[in-house]
Design a protein around this ligand. Structure first.
Ligand SMILES: Nc1ncnc2c1ncn2[C@@H]1O[C@H](COP(=O)(O)OP(=O)(O)OP(=O)(O)O)[C@@H](O)[C@H]1O
Length: 257
């Protein structure tokens, strides 16, 4: 088990948003995320989910407003310090292909200055279920294997804020379930997880809160089953849906026809 970092604090977004070109992508967002929150960001293609994650991580996406972790303004912290606070698994799984898996995951441990990089890499690979890939070249992996390596890199970084951009988009059913458990586990450790998600059933089952970005620029956030109710989903996606519950309590959001 990867130990949780000591500093568990709130993440407060105030009048915050991402900018692409000179355009603000959404109305200003103001929300406070408590330690342990697993927030799913949902909304149609192009609405600004990835940009919002990139803006919080300050990874080449401009932002307006404030993103405060504890007392630290993320855009004003030095890159090295920020890497100890926030990790981002991007949607694009590009990386130097000649690197071996253990080296790439080691970048995560290095970025946050882990004192135990070897242990950090080993436990992150084990947690992502890909220990057997450690000596493989990244360029020789399948799309789903690359996604799991990027997840392991983020786990090795071991930050209190974890940003995941469509973390299950390339994964089979078994690995989707494993990642869902990892997301919940990170939340149970008191970390703040923010994940852009297209699979609305995953958002219902893995997240403690959901933020729905509407194409018009507005947003709704709250309990997953409320935000993903039929009316809001229809307004955002133009699709009639129902939330079904399995005998074991799992929620499935499906189109009505
Ligand atoms: N590098 C870029 N330069 C200019 N505009 C961009 C760039 N990347 C994305 N955009 C635009 O910013 C908007 C938001 O894109 P973003 O990738 O954040 O959306 P998204 O909700 O994550 O989409 P998807 O669900 O398709 O991944 C889109 O209109 C997109 O065309």
């Amino acid at each position: 088990m990867i130990p949780a970092p000591a500093q568990l604090r709130q993440l407060r977004l105030t009048e915050f948003g991402a900018i692409q070109g000179s355009t603000a992508l959404s109305d200003p967002l103001t929300l406070t995320l408590e330690p342990g929150t697993v927030l799913g960001i949902v909304g149609p293609n192009g609405v600004g989910k990835s940009s919002l994650l990139g803006a919080i991580a300050h990874s080449g996406i401009a932002s307006y407003g404030s993103a405060l972790f504890g007392e630290e303004e993320l855009s004003a912290t030095r890159a090295r310090r920020r890497a100890q606070l926030v990790s981002l698994m991007a949607q694009d799984h590009g990386a130097p292909g000649e690197l071996r898996v253990s080296e790439l995951v080691g970048v995560g441990a290095w970025a946050s200055g882990r004192a135990d990089p070897g242990d950090a890499v080993a436990s992150a690979l084990a947690r992502a279920g890909i220990a057997e890939l450690q000596d493989r070249r990244y360029s020789e992996l399948s799309g789903g294997q690359r996604q799991l390596v990027q997840l392991a890199r983020v786990l090795a970084q071991n930050t209190p804020v974890v940003l995941l951009d469509e973390p299950t988009s390339a994964l089979d059913l078994s690995h989707q379930r494993a990642v869902e458990q990892i997301m919940r586990g990170l939340g149970n450790q008191g970390r703040i997880v923010i994940a852009a998600i297209h699979d609305l059933s995953l958002a219902l089952n893995a997240c403690t809160r959901v933020l729905l970005l509407d194409p018009g620029g507005s947003s709704h956030n709250g309990a997953p089953h409320e935000v993903l109710g039929p009316d809001r989903v229809f307004a955002a996606y133009g699709v009639r849906t129902t939330i079904h519950t399995t005998p074991k309590g799992r929620r499935i959001l499906a189109a009505d026809d």
